[in-house]
Design a protein around this ligand. Structure first.
Ligand code: SAM
Length: 328
């Protein structure tokens, strides 16, 4: 799949549910309304959708949400998609998770063919973790992370940089990840979805985060890429990598290779734009895939050049939908 700007689209992120067992303050409001079941694609439909993208040239698939591991029977989908990796039709199957359910699933994921996993963790302090997630338990998450490590999965920790939220912990996170052999990626908060809070009070530019880290750590720029939007440095003291995802301070759209589909089968060609394509109608209209394949081709033909997020105290969020809808 090649978009109008000559970019090859080879990476699909699939939100398998809009539901989550946490309510991170920058991600969701407290009183979220989740989708009725009839609107959500079945696991079989999600698999058919993924297969259509793989036929069209996708080589990397990431399952996300909401929280992918709270979807009932999710392992049946992961096992079937893992088969595509084992057959060589897909280079990588991975997922982004909050790790609350990982102690239960880590071994199964490794057996299914998952090699790497991204885990969201914004604080190593139990009280603070609970405050950020509104009710999460850090010990449960740490248990999940260690289960993933024990299962042989390569772990990357994703931390949203939060002004006055976790900025005093960044050195500790680098140290902790170094001790456990995890890479770490910092993410800037993006203005997505109404959260009934002022985002200018949460936003911390990663240029500043990096400057502060350099007081304690020796950071060397490296060429490493994972197919995602992060740029990486090596921490000389620990030997591990730190990634920076900077949708606000540096727009990385020129190298964008990905599209996202929600659990209702809505395809977003850009995380930061509202244009979308309905894939559920062609999927459900026919048992053959020709309508679906045509809808995907048509949608890729209007992938926009990029996004333009602005965090503004007075304004509405740049895009109305929450990250939990499109999938992080
Ligand atoms: N439940 C899974 C998890 O916690 O990783 C997957 C979904 S979650 C929406 C994916 C990632 O998006 C998380 O790392 C989360 O911190 C991040 N995220 C959510 N809302 C965000 C926002 N407004 N700006 C930046 N990152 C956000």
């Amino acid at each position: 799949m090649i978009d109008p700007f000559g970019r090859v689209v080879s990476y699909l992120r699939v939100s398998v549910t809009d539901r989550c067992d946490l309510r991170c303050v920058y991600c969701m409001g407290e009183d979220m309304h989740f989708l009725p079941k009839a609107e959500v694609l079945s696991l079989e439909e999600l698999e058919r959708l993924c297969a259509a993208f793989v036929r069209a040239g996708v080589r990397k698939l990431r399952l996300t949400g909401g929280e992918p591991l709270v979807r009932r029977n999710i392992m049946s989908l992961i096992d079937n998609l893992g088969q595509l990796v084992k057959d060589g039709r897909l280079d990588e199957l991975t997922l982004t998770t909050n790790a609350t359910q990982l102690a239960k699933y880590a071994d199964g994921l490794a057996a299914a063919g998952v090699r790497r996993i991204n885990i969201s963790l914004d604080s190593l302090n139990p009280e603070r973790f609970q405050a950020i997630t509104r009710w999460g338990r850090l010990d449960q998450v740490i248990e999940g992370i260690m289960a993933a490590k024990a299962a042989g999965l390569a772990v990357k920790i994703n931390t949203v940089a939060l002004k006055e939220g976790n900025e005093d912990e960044h050195d500790h996170l680098v140290e902790w990840c170094g001790e456990h052999g995890f890479d770490l990626t910092f993410i800037e908060t993006m203005p997505m979805g109404e959260i009934h809070a002022d985002r200018t009070e949460q936003y911390l530019p990663l240029t500043l985060v990096r400057q502060r880290l350099e007081h304690r750590w020796t950071l060397t720029d490296i060429d490493y890429r994972t197919g995602g939007p992060a740029t990486y440095v090596r921490v000389e003291e620990t030997g591990r990598r730190i990634g920076f995802i900077t949708p606000m301070t540096h727009n990385f759209c020129e190298s964008c290779n990905r599209v996202r589909v929600t659990c209702t089968g809505t395809l977003y060609m850009c995380l930061g734009q509202n244009d979308a394509a309905d894939l559920r109608t062609p999927l459900r209209a026919s048992e053959s895939d020709h309508l679906l394949d045509a809808a995907i081709t048509e949608a890729i033909g209007r992938k926009p050049k990029g996004h333009d997020f602005i965090i503004d105290r007075a304004a509405h969020p740049a895009v109305g939908r929450h990250m939990s809808v499109t999938g992080g």
